[in-house]
Design a protein around this ligand. Sequence first.
Ligand SMILES: [Zn+2]
Ligand SMILES: [Zn+2]
Length: 295
Amino acid sequence: MLDYHLHLWPHGQRDTAPTLEQLSAYCERATSSGVTEIALTEHLFRFRQADELLRGFWDDDPDERLRASMTRYWDDHAHADLDSYVSCVLEAKSEGLPVVLGLEVDYYPGRMEKVADLLAGYPFDVLLGSVHWIGIWRFDDLADPVSMSGWSARDVDSAWDAYTGAIEELAASGTCDVLAHPDLVKVAGHRPVHPEECWERLAEAAASSGMAAELSSAGWTKPVKEMYPGPELLERLVAKGVPLTTASDAHELGNVAHRVADIAAALERFHVDTLRAFRRRRPVTVQLSASAGRP
Ligand SMILES: [Zn+2]
Ligand SMILES: [Zn+2]
C-alpha cells in the first residue's frame, strides 16, 4: 500500500520549517501500518513562490465576499519556502527513507503553463492535481461560513457540473500525474439526483489524460462519510483501466495511513491488485500482495 497524499501542516496552523525528524516519524507510522512508500504532497499555495506567481487570481470575480474570503485564505497559507521543503524531502530520500517528493497543485484556469514552468525547476516525483474551488468558491472549506453558504445559494447539479468541468480542464492541461480525491465535490454531503453523467465524465477525464486516480480515506472523516472516490466512480475508473494510488490526505502525524486497511479492502472488492507509484514523474507499478505490505 501507499500513502501518496500527505501534508506537513494543518490548515489554520502556520508552517514551520520541515525537518528530517518529522519526515522520519511519518515514514515510521506509515510502514508500521503496512504502507511501503509515502509521498509528501504539500499544497502549492502554502509557498511564497506560488504567492508571487498566483496572488490575485481571484481579483476579477464579481463576488466581493468570495474575493475577501480568498484573500484571507491566501494570506493565512502562503508563507513557507518551497526550496526548503524540497531540500528536506530530498535529504530524507537520500537517507533511505521510503518517501518521494510531491506537491498538491490546484487548478488555476489560464495559468497552468506558468505553474508548470515553476514546478519544472524542481525534481518532483509526483504531482497531485486537485480542484478545491469552483471559480473562487471554496466549496470544500467546511470551516469557512462564507464558503459553506455557497451551498445554499447554488444549485447542486450546476455545482457538480462546474466541478467536473474544472477536473476535465485540469486533466487535459497535462500538468499533474494523479487526480486527488476525484469526487471531492460531494464533501459537504450534497449530491445531484442523477450523478451518473458526472461520474462518467470524471472517469473519462482520468482515462483520456493518462492520469492515475487516488483512493483516499479522508472522505470518511467529512460530512459525506464516504471514501473518495465512492464505489460508483471507483467502478468506472477500474473499468476504464485507470491506475490508482492510495492516500490518507493526513495533515498531521496521527492521521498518516488513516484507515489503510479499509482502502485495501475496497481495492480487493474491485479486484485491483496493482497500484501506481512515481519516480521523477514516471510511473512505477506496485504489485499488491502480502509481501508488498497489504494489510
Ligand atoms: Zn486536497
Ligand atoms: Zn491534500
